[in-house]
Design a protein around this ligand. Structure first.
Ligand code: BYC
Length: 329
């Protein structure tokens, strides 16, 4: 359906890119024009988008698991209803994003295979366990908070289908962040044991959330090119700093302490400094060695296996309908 998106200006998908084509493309980007699926684009731009959008989609789908773990144990009907809605929203985000990636000429099946084989990444943050109810508050507050910080600029991404998907995603993430902060507020203002549970969740989720923005700019291999193409609008460190500056005062308001003794307001720089981060730990998690990597992929594989008959039935039904339609014509 989207095969047209694969054909470049010469009509040959494998034709070499000319300097003129590349310059014209960059001029469109610089003029803030949106690139659409059928437009000519450099092969490397397409590849970068497929990588980022599919990894983003995988993150949304895998990200349903840590919170899904608490749906049956939410402490009230109201909490259960909003958690259920949030987890469903994340599934929806994954679907918009897979659809956006498909416009670039990759199929859902290929993306799924890349996720299950480990060829494609998903966000490091979803490889940690959700041990207590407070983790659900911490994820909404911190993880969705970090996601908003990263994704608001993606609403201005140069690739139209990704940018448009992000608009709705960001509206929903905003609700998610608030429901998480509300859970944290209730716990932080509750009994001492509840406050301690909130602090414990902050202690475990803070550093992984700060790392969600990706490696430091000096180690970010894709940032420069992605910023030239206006896929990314800010560097990893710039967004990380924004997140820290927005979140530390929220922790203060809750009466909770960010687990970083070096986290202090820097009056000269007008931002919060943070202590060094252990990037070896981040890479270990990204490469599959986090506490929950194996379980996350195993659960996804099981869902894929269990859903095979549904996909088969849907395809058989679609084939039967189109045969009937053809016969009726
Ligand atoms: N985790 O050159 P860099 C959500 C990889 S879900 C794992 O800086 P780039 C939610 C990176 O892929 C929201 N890998 O890359 C869902 C690259 O490796 P490859 C998830 C990471 O692309 C459910 C290498 O490190 N958000 O909100 O310029 C419940 C070098 O990095 C990570 C998105 O996906 C990481 N954290 O920048 C609740 C946002 N960071 O690909 C909430 C969209 C880096 O060369 N993505 N890597 O093998 C982006 O904005 C960018 O891709 C990143 C990385 C900022 C993540």
């Amino acid at each position: 359906m989207y095969a047209q998106g694969l054909i470049n200006a010469s009509g040959d998908p494998n034709a070499a890119e000319t300097t003129e084509q590349l310059a014209r493309f960059q001029a469109r980007i610089d003029a803030e024009e949106k690139i659409e699926a059928r437009d000519w684009m450099p092969a490397a731009y397409r590849k970068t988008l497929i990588r980022q959008i599919s990894q983003h989609a995988h993150s949304e789908i895998i990200g349903m698991q840590p919170e899904g773990n608490w749906v049956t144990r939410a402490p009230s009907l109201r909490r259960k209803a909003s958690l259920l809605a949030k987890v469903q929203d994340e599934g929806g985000h994954g679907l918009y994003l897979y659809a956006a990636a498909e416009t670039l000429g990759i199929s859902r099946e290929e993306m799924q295979d890349q996720l299950l084989s480990g060829a494609a990444k998903y966000s490091s943050i979803f490889n940690y366990p959700t041990l207590t109810w407070a983790d659900i508050g911490a994820i909404g507050w911190l993880v969705d908070g970090a996601a908003i910080m990263n994704q608001i600029p993606l609403c201005r991404c140069s690739y139209g289908p990704y940018a448009r998907a992000m608009v709705r995603v960001c509206k929903e993430e905003s609700f998610h962040q608030r429901q998480g902060y509300e859970i944290m507020t209730t716990l932080a203002q509750g009994a001492p044991a509840q406050k301690a549970m909130a602090q414990d969740a902050l202690n475990r989720w803070w550093t992984p959330s700060v790392m969600m923005f990706g490696p430091p700019d000096t180690d970010s291999v894709h940032s420069d090119q992605s910023m030239t193409w206006k896929i990314k609008r800010f560097t990893n460190d710039a967004l990380r700093q924004r997140f820290v500056d927005a979140t530390v005062p929220q922790a203060d308001y809750l009466g909770l302490t960010v687990p970083d003794p070096d986290c202090k307001w820097n009056d000269a720089a007008q931002h919060y400094d943070i202590g060094p981060l252990d990037w070896n730990d981040f890479w270990k998690v990204v490469k599959g060695g986090g506490p929950m990597n194996r379980q996350r992929i195993a659960a996804r594989q099981k869902a894929d296996d269990d859903g095979a008959w549904v996909r088969e039935a849907a395809l058989a039904y679609a084939a039967k309908r189109s045969a009937l339609m053809e016969a009726a014509e």
